[in-house]
Design a protein around this ligand. Structure first.
Ligand code: OFO
Length: 183
């Protein structure tokens, strides 16, 4: 009796997505270590917390593949690439990696729709919302650094930004959560 409830193409795509999430965790870890080294402890704290989030995303997908009776394949993780050259560059790179990951998520949504695999489609909706949230958060970081002077931000502005980020919540408020009473 057939007990595998995932097609081989979706199994492959989801396994690849596990690696993508793990790669994003490595990016956050690398940048957090870079920030610590530069003395930006608030930024580092924020990035370390996000590295854990990405690992949790990987675990969610791993769990899903197993629960659908398919096979998990753990592979090597690509290196995170060069360190940022400054805080502005760090936040730009983070935004880019989140947008890239959103594209990966969307392509799995497309596949699940083509295959009429509604369980996977439904599972992926959590990730669609999460990516919207993470892009919003990354955009927020970019506007903060822009206000601080972008690539030319001075030490005072970076000091304040660093302190702010220590307390920044991990989740961004999305447009769909907003109401007239709670703008
Ligand atoms: Fe896994 O959420 Fe960002 O990439």
């Amino acid at each position: 009796m057939e007990t595998i409830r995932l097609s081989s193409s979706l199994t492959e795509a989801l396994n690849q997505q596990m690696t993508n999430e793990a790669a994003n965790a490595q990016i956050y870890l690398a940048y957090a270590s870079w920030a610590t080294d530069k003395g930006y402890d608030g930024i580092a704290n924020f990035l370390f917390r996000h590295a854990n989030e990405e690992r949790n995303h990987m675990m969610k997908i791993l769990e899903y593949i197993l629960k659908r009776g398919a096979k998990v394949k753990v592979t090597e993780i690509p290196a995170p690439g060069p360190d940022p050259v400054n805080v502005n560059d760090c936040f730009e790179k983070i935004f880019k990696s989140e947008v890239d990951n959103t594209k990966n998520i969307y392509s799995i949504v497309d596949m699940s729709m083509e295959e009429r695999d509604w369980a996977t489609w439904n599972f992926m909706q959590w990730f669609v919302k999460e990516q919207t949230e993470e892009e919003t958060l990354a955009l927020d970081l970019l506007s903060k650094i822009k206000v601080a002077g972008g690539a030319k931000a001075n030490d005072d502005a970076l000091y304040t930004l660093d302190r702010d980020l220590e307390k920044t919540p991990d989740n961004a408020k999305l447009a769909q959560d907003v109401s007239v009473e709670n703008p």
